[in-house]
Design a protein around this ligand. Structure first.
Ligand code: SF4
Length: 370
């Protein structure tokens, strides 16, 4: 059995450590050192073992190893209005029914495409504290019917902290379910597979309140025996496991890769529910974004490989104004969109069609008709 804290200790957190496993030229090394000073690096031994060292374009490598593109211009720090939705420190309330908690700034791995790059592994200013205050807030807002405990990575919290969340939230009648957002099954599966206490806790509280675990698989090669076992154990403990994928340039921007991923996720029971448009985050945008029109083509082609279950996944963007489903291209220059989740009541289920240029990656709020 492998203790996940030991795995974290053994993770590569510097370019010097990475170069023992991956060959870098001296120029690359110097450049990567600069990036690592700005955005933290951490790759678990397990995830590192999935990289093909001979392939500079290996998708697993691209998601975990810094790249000079992270210094390219453009993008913003807070792409979906997280600051303006913050109601208590580390607690966001954007959609009527959902409370989002930034429970930690720690992750097992610092994904190069992370949209919370501004804070993961760095500042803890945005991190929540005071679970009793959260409970009070939820009780004062009866329309809230679920909480999403995120981060960073929710499973980087100790079992003791996770238990506190469950202990406080489980008795709240108004909550239909409690959700954890974690990438540990993908990047450090031993957090789940080798921690029977965690599984027992999920089982115990899951008897009182449905627990949903949201995973983040982006490539079929992440579906290893270890990660599949992590998903199996959580499901066997009574959790509903669902997956969010981000559409990423050079990772899953081929229909056959995306289709294989969605079908593979369905096979293991991590039901795919969002393919997210990569956000225009600083340090991410230029390296990973796929234009909307191209994204639509990729998703539609990938869907040809999928059955009805995996096809229920939605291609969507997490916009300042809500989750906007990207429905498709119309004849001519327009694309069709629909609010799947709206921040403002007036946008609920609203559809709109607007011109979208070939290389356009995102929608400005001003472009959306009111
Ligand atoms: S695990 Fe999630 S929060 Fe952490 S770096 Fe990766 S994408 Fe960001």
């Amino acid at each position: 059995m492998k203790d996940w804290r030991k795995s974290l200790e053994e993770s590569c957190r510097s370019v010097g450590e990475l170069k023992k496993v991956l060959p870098f030229t001296p120029e690359e090394e110097a450049a990567l050192e600069k990036i690592a000073e700005r955005y933290p690096v951490c790759v678990t031994p397990y995830y590192l073992s999935l990289i093909d060292p001979a392939d500079k374009n290996d998708p697993i490598r691209k998601m975990s190893i810094p790249d000079m593109m992270e210094f390219s211009e453009g993008g913003t720090e807070d792409t979906s209005g997280e600051f303006q939705n913050t109601v208590l420190q580390g607690v966001q309330h954007k959609y009527q029914q959902t409370i989002l908690i930034l429970s930690t700034n720690q992750c097992a791995m610092y994904c190069r495409h992370c949209f919370r790059k501004r804070m993961v592994g760095m500042s803890s200013d945005e991190i929540a504290s005071g679970i009793p205050q959260m409970v009070e807030y939820i009780k004062a807002h009866p329309q809230v019917n679920n909480v999403l405990i995120s981060g960073g990575d929710a499973f980087l919290n100790s079992n003791q902290v996770l238990r506190q969340y469950l202990e406080h939230f489980t008795p709240l009648e108004q909550l239909d379910f409690i959700r954890f957002g974690t990438r540990t099954p993908v990047v450090m599966p031993e957090r789940v597979t080798d921690d029977p206490e965690l599984i027992e806790m999920l089982r115990e509280y899951g008897r009182k309140k449905q627990i949903v675990v949201v995973t983040h698989f982006n490539h079929p090669r992440e579906l290893t025996p270890q990660s599949r076992e992590a998903v199996r154990l959580m499901r066997e403990a009574g959790c509903v496991v669902r997956n969010q994928t981000v559409l990423l340039r050079g990772i899953n921007d081929k229909p056959e890769i995306l289709g294989e991923l969605m079908n593979g996720l369905m096979r293991v029971g991590a039901v795919p529910y969002y393919i997210f448009q990569c956000r225009p985050a600083a340090g991410v945008k230029n390296q990973f974004q796929v234009p909307l029109r191209e994204g639509c083509r990729i998703v539609d082609e990938a869907k040809r490989m999928m059955n009805g279950q995996s096809k229920s996944v939605r291609y969507a963007m997490s916009h300042v104004t809500g989750k906007i489903e990207i429905l498709g291209s119309l004849d001519g220059e327009k694309m069709l969109f629909k609010y799947h989740q709206a921040k403002y009541e007036k946008d609920n289920a609203r559809m709109f069609a607007i011109p979208v240029a070939d290389g356009q990656n995102w929608l400005d709020t001003q472009e959306i008709p009111q």
